[in-house]
Design a protein around this ligand. Structure first.
Ligand code: ATP
Length: 442
């Protein structure tokens, strides 16, 4: 039975079990910066691998790229970020705190003050200086999106891969925005990771391509376990669109704090390549070597956040269940279980010795782990009684627990417990790997 999930429970679990810690915690933390712990790094990596597999390795029309965070300042001139990538801000005249105008509702959320400065634009790019000179000639920006690294490499990818349209380029990487109001845990931070695709298509096919990507990306979240009722599309109204965009649709997730954007899919027309051609003076048109046509492709951009996706998968996986005392091993009536999909579960199998003082049991359990960990992410835990060990594994979403007991030494069988059903089965040690691999492979 699902009880309502709130952010406090998720953040507490993330900290308690080592998914996500606050950055620089021993110094009081740095607002809006987070560190992924031992389990979080596995989960986030699984999210990225699932994305890469889906959008690069399983397709014929995609390649990958990994471009640098620092780019030539002209990139941001051409893209419009230097002049336009800003939010409106106002300052409270009493406490001097800064807000977006849509957040104040007549009075300062911090001190209740009612007087504010005029609204003005605040550029969200994080600025730094390269090299030893700190003057205007050395200014550089930490990229606010990974997309521009793809656009400027369009001719390199064309030249080296001899691709014909339509094709796309995918990239995963860090981006930075000096958000005025970061918050909601890892949902909005100043440093975050994006998973972006730029898909190049002849203009006449752009609309169809745009619709296809919306469907594909929506389905990806469902395939990885997000419940249908928590996912929706939101098409932008005409007046919400950037001046160059022909369409934009967000995929939204119902977070405990409300429906919020996970990913945006935009039809960016031929704006980006034309801008870079104009500012660089380079010919960035595509020439079809069969038809000899020369033109600027349209670009469809599915742009998602890795941290936001990871948070959505965590929130959706979180379950509290009432269980009969016996099934909860006489210790608890409510069990917390993260019902991750098999691709995303950070740990697939836990190997648990029933008696840690029995050398035979421990040796067999360790031998089983040695064998399994060549192909599956496993843990070994003997630091508590079995009921507690099961609950620990449920709480991190481990798919199977393998328990080695005294009888195992005689009959060469172990108990395999399923996370979701809590059903237990005796399996011969010799068949164990095959049994688990069959159930855990995609
Ligand atoms: P928002 O409206 O929430 O600020 P956005 O529309 O500006 O997001 P995009 O520029 O479309 O976001 O960026 C693409 C994706 O990058 C977003 O869908 C989101 O998943 C992720 N993203 C953007 N900004 C942040 C942030 N500050 N923290 C975490 N993820 C972010």
């Amino acid at each position: 039975m699902q009880t309502s999930v709130d952010m406090e429970k998720i953040t507490a679990l993330c900290k308690r079990r080592g998914f996500i810690f606050q950055s620089s915690e021993i110094y009081g933390g740095l607002a809006s910066a987070w560190d992924y712990g031992p389990l979080g790094v596995e989960l986030k990596r699984n999210v990225k691998n699932a994305w890469w597999k889906s959008v690069v390795h399983s397709r014929d029309d995609m390649v990958g790229l990994d471009t640098s965070i620092l780019m030539h300042p002209m990139v941001w001139k051409a893209s419009g970020h230097t002049d336009n990538f800003s939010d409106q801000v106002v300052d409270c005249k009493k406490c001097k705190k800064r807000f977006r105008p849509d957040q104040i509702g007549g009075k300062c959320p911090s001190c209740g003050g009612k007087e504010f400065t005029e609204a003005r634009a605040f550029n969200l790019m994080l600025k730094t200086h390269l090299g030893a000179m700190e003057d205007s000639s050395s200014v550089a920006y930490l990229r606010p999106e990974t997309a521009q690294g793809i656009f400027v490499n369009f001719p390199n990818v064309l030249d080296t891969t001899h691709r014909r349209l339509p094709f796309g380029i995918a990239q995963i990487g860090k981006s930075f925005r000096n958000e005025i109001t970061p918050g909601n845990f890892t949902f909005r931070t100043r440093e975050f990771e994006q998973m972006e695709i730029e898909y190049f298509t002849p203009p006449k096919d752009a609309e169809q391509c745009y619709q296809q990507w919306i469907n594909e990306r929506f389905q990806w979240y469902l395939d990885l376990g997000i419940r249908q009722e928590n996912l929706r599309r939101r098409e932008h109204a005409k007046d919400e669109l950037a001046h160059y965009a022909a369409g934009c649709t967000d995929i939204e997730y119902q977070f405990p704090f409300g429906w919020s954007e996970l990913e945006g899919i935009a039809n960016r027309t031929d704006y980006d390549l034309k801008q870079h051609a104009k500012f660089s003076g380079k010919d960035l048109e595509y020439r079809d070597n069969i038809t000899n046509e020369k033109f600027y492709p349209y670009i469809i951009e599915p742009s998602g956040g890795c941290d936001r996706a990871t948070l959505a998968f965590l929130a959706d996986a979180y379950h509290e269940e009432e269980v009969p005392a016996a099934a909860a091993d006489k210790e608890a009536k409510t069990r917390v279980v993260l019902k991750f999909s098999k691709q995303l579960a950070p740990v697939k199998v836990a190997i648990l010795p029933l008696l840690k003082k029995n050398d035979g049991i421990v040796a067999l359990a360790k031998k089983i782990k040695q064998d399994l960990q060549k192909d599956l992410v496993c843990v070994y835990d003997d630091t508590a009684a079995i009921g507690k060990l099961y609950r620990r594994q449920d709480e991190i979403g481990t798919f199977y627990c393998v328990t080695v007991d005294v009888q195992s030494l005689e009959d060469k069988q172990v108990t395999v417990r399923d996370r979701d059903t809590m059903k237990q089965e005796r399996i011969p040690v010799d068949n164990l790997k095959k049994y688990l691999m069959e159930r855990l492979s995609n």
